[in-house]
Design a binder for this molecule. Structure first.
Ligand code: XIL
Length: 388
């Protein structure tokens, strides 16, 4: 089994190590700040960060610039991989917090808050757990007790050591099937084989049952009664049958008294989506706003949690239009509390080939950065508006 978290951390290191350094001789001064502008609206602006980029002894100047951008532009960060189960859970009684604690210490020192990402996700499974269950070392009830322990221990660690640092926890991630959810498992849960990597897609269903998401939320609530508990997923930010399935799924959980406080809309999109037309899919900024309003109507808080916008050659302006449109559409909504992107520089991105972020590989701002600042300024001045 591939340790995705480890692979992610490693690729961040390699990408940062290999990225062009020319711009660093002449880094563009950053006189404005995304989070400072967002704060005027009562919102947060954040990014995923990778430990290997935050502290990279081999490229200290790049690493310094990386930290400078994070500290000046954001008030909220999320560890891209270091807080995932496969990265931290080393054995039945062994959780290794050392890597994520380095990020948390730095966040505290710089006055940033953190999202907790993620407690239960089918793509970050400790190999020893999956193999142990396969050999019959753990029965399903054992796995349930172990996961409950893991959630209690992880949330307890941050509550005690970093009080107030974690503003929201992604309790469960991507539980709903990616394609036609209503033809999947009960509630549209991810069916076997639905994961594009074919890994572990139904492990949690097998071990914990079809109500595994609900169980995870209840465990999380009892681990930290004050924590904000989020369900996080992708391709549900706009009009899409998957969004409807997630809405029904979470509504059902709320009806049964499950302690869900918020919805994370990942928002991994591409400029190319603007040119596509699929029946039943409405990829428009208006539908992003409507999606958020629908969740707000259920009393839930909404955050954009992982935004990135894939682009092709020469599409910088269109990327800027889409990024700023998403910021405007989301943060115009009363119920949306944060806009978080999945990294900020094209040098450190899981979709690196698509250059989906708003600082270039030399860590200088792209057009998309300035367009998002403009969108925030427009919201501030009450001009708001949806830009295509
Ligand atoms: C991704 C990381 O960016 C990669 O480095 C890692 O290899 C796999 O995970 N949805 C999520 C994130 O919730 O955790 C994923 O992050 C991207 C998709």
């Amino acid at each position: 089994m591939i340790d995705l978290a480890r692979a992610g951390a490693l690729s961040a290191l390699l990408l940062l190590a290999s990225c062009a350094s020319s711009g660093l001789d002449d880094p563009v001064p950053l006189s404005d700040s995304l989070s400072r502008r967002a704060r005027v609206l009562g919102k947060s602006f954040g990014s995923a960060v990778a430990l290997g980029a935050l502290f990279n002894d081999e490229r200290p100047e790049l690493s310094r610039r990386y930290r400078e951008v994070v500290a000046s532009q954001f008030d909220l960060i999320v560890p891209e991989s270091e807080m995932k189960m496969a990265a931290m859970w080393k054995g039945p009684d062994d959780i290794d917090f050392s890597r994520v604690d380095r990020i948390a210490d730095w966040a505290v020192a710089n006055g940033l808050r953190m999202r907790g990402h993620v407690l239960v996700w089918h793509r970050s499974l400790p190999a020893w757990l999956v193999e142990g269950r396969g050999r019959g070392a753990y029965a399903n009830d054992d796995v349930a007790a172990m996961v409950e322990w893991y959630i209690r221990r992880v949330m307890g660690h941050f509550k005690e050591r970093y009080p107030g640092l974690i503003s929201a926890w992604d309790v469960a991630n991507e539980a709903i099937g990616p394609n036609d959810p209503r033809s999947g498992g009960p509630f549209g849960l991810r069916p076997p084989g639905s994961d594009y990597r074919g890994e572990g897609q139904d492990f949690w269903r097998l071990c914990l049952g079809d109500d595994y998401v609900e169980r995870a939320f209840r465990w999380a609530r009892s681990a930290d009664p004050e924590a904000k508990l989020f369900y996080n997923d992708y391709h549900d930010e706009y009009g899409n049958p998957k969004g409807d399935a997630i809405f029904d799924f979470v509504s059902g959980m709320l009806d049964r008294g499950t302690p869900v406080d918020g919805i994370g809309l990942q928002c991994h999109v591409s400029v190319a989506y603007l040119d596509m037309a699929f029946p039943g899919i409405d990829f428009s900024l208006r539908s992003v706003g409507e999606t958020i309003e629908r969740w707000t109507g259920l009393g839930l808080e909404v955050q954009v949690t992982e935004a990135d916008v894939g682009m092709g050659a020469g599409e910088g302006r269109r990327q800027a239009g889409l990024f700023s449109g998403l910021v405007a559409a989301a943060l115009a909504e009363r119920g949306a509390s944060a806009f978080v992107t999945w990294g900020f520089t094209d040098a450190v991105s899981w979709r690196e080939a698509e250059r989906p972020l708003y600082f270039d590989r030399s860590l200088n701002p792209k057009e998309s950065y300035y367009a998002m600042l403009d969108a925030l300024e427009a919201l501030e001045e009450g001009r708001g508006g949806l830009r295509p």
